[in-house]
Design a protein. Structure first.
Length: 75
């Protein structure tokens, strides 16, 4: 008998940078956790995380990604 595998939770960190209107740069970090949909790739998770970040922070749309990490949340 096989047991269905439980969905795996992942921890992520996303750091972005964008030029500030008054000069200099805006740098923002965001971290949290997510459970990807079955069949998702790392890229799918990245796109979903980035889209949610922009949804919550519209002023960071089109920001450059400086860092992205996605790893299992279980130690």
């Amino acid at each position: 008998m096989t047991t269905a595998e439980q969905p795996r939770e992942y921890h992520f960190v996303l750091t972005v940078q964008k030029p500030a209107p008054s000069g200099g740069y805006i740098v923002a970090d965001w971290s949290g956790y997510m459970t990807p949909e079955p069949g998702w790739t790392r890229h799918d998770a990245f796109q979903a995380i980035r889209a949610e970040h922009v949804k919550q922070n519209p002023n960071l749309a089109n920001a450059s990604v400086l860092f992205f990490s996605l790893e299992p949340n279980q130690l």
